[in-house]
Design a protein. Structure first.
Length: 195
């Protein structure tokens, strides 16, 4: 099997995982899909040379691991903190490598990938769904330019644009904080951030 075929398969698997994240109604199933998606996308992004997407997926995987351990297991606080520390060091190292490589050889596509990463991370810090969804909608358009030419990423970004547009226009029932357990739809929205 060639590297090109492997990356093609991982790309279409990414689309399938992304769709599954948006349709599951159970937070536990959504978490499992997010784990699979993050692992798939980290490998795919690494093979494609998309360092900002590697950083994003490792960050989302770390967040999901923390949430899963906290919500669905009896893991001790020390274990969770230790795991988080190891993940943070790994992400910091990869960020250093990615930024150093970009400074050595800057391109518009990679600059837009970093902008997309920044917008998504900013969206995760929003306390209202409206602001989160607006930033994710903006990320969809920036991502379309950043990953222009890659069919799978274009499809994922179109899905992001469609979902966020629909929720901004028609879903007025949820005004709570992003990521609170009281609002499972807010949690599901937060899972889409990894696109």
């Amino acid at each position: 099997m060639t590297l090109e075929l492997i990356t093609e398969i991982l790309g279409w698997t990414s689309v399938a995982f992304y769709i599954s994240i948006t349709i599951f109604n159970s937070m536990k199933l959504t978490r499992f899909a997010a784990f699979g998606s993050a692992a798939n996308d980290t490998l795919w992004a690494f093979l494609m040379g998309w360092w900002p997407k590697v950083i994003l997926n490792l960050s989302v995987a770390s967040l999901n691991t923390y949430r899963y351990a906290k919500d669905f297991t009896n893991a001790s606080k020390a274990v969770i903190i230790g795991l988080g520390s190891v993940m943070a060091m790994g992400i910091a190292y990869i960020s250093y490598v990615a930024i150093t490589a970009f400074i050595a050889s800057p391109t518009l596509a990679v600059a837009l990938q970093f902008v997309d990463l920044g917008i998504i991370l900013l969206a995760l810090y929003m306390t209202t769904l409206k602001n989160y969804r607006l930033l994710m909608l903006f990320s969809g358009f920036i991502g379309m330019a950043a990953y222009y030419g890659n069919t799978q990423m274009m499809i994922i970004k179109v899905i992001v644009i469609g979902i966020m547009s629909f929720k901004l226009l028609f879903d007025k029932t949820e005004q709570g904080a992003v990521g609170t357990n009281a609002n499972s739809n807010a949690n599901a929205d937060a899972e889409t951030a990894k696109a």
